[in-house]
Design a protein around this ligand. Structure first.
Ligand SMILES: [Zn+2]
Length: 117
């Protein structure tokens, strides 16, 4: 991910008993976001703050999974399994699903934009 520091983001709760879990997310060099909703409980605000502070790790994991997905799709496309006919035409998908059908379903799920309507 670009556009932010490579430092770990941290959440710093405001001081005082009435902070109610509100505070600032810091990107390692400066505060980048105020976090907290007046009507939220302390627990809700802290949950929100930690989700926002985890954004760089979440984005890095998303990017890692996108890359892995592309690699797996490339490997799957290199086999001929997806082009084979169904191995159990009368029962496939009921008790179990055959490998060619599982390949086609996995590819369709990973690339919904490429499945013909
Ligand atoms: Zn099948």
């Amino acid at each position: 991910m670009t556009g932010h520091t490579q430092e770990k983001w941290t959440f710093n709760e405001l001081a005082g008993d009435d902070s109610r879990g509100m505070g600032y997310v810091n990107d390692g060099s400066e505060d980048i976001a105020h976090v907290g909703v007046m009507g939220y409980s302390t627990q809700q605000n802290l949950k929100l703050a930690h989700l926002i502070a985890a954004a760089p790790e979440t984005a890095a994991e998303r990017d890692r999974l996108k890359t892995l997905n592309e690699e797996l799709l490339t490997l799957m496309a290199a086999t001929d399994i997806q082009y084979r006919g169904c191995e159990y035409p009368s029962t496939c998908g009921e008790e179990w699903t055959c490998t060619p059908c599982r390949f086609r379903a996995a590819i369709a799920k990973a690339q919904p934009e490429k499945v013909p309507a």
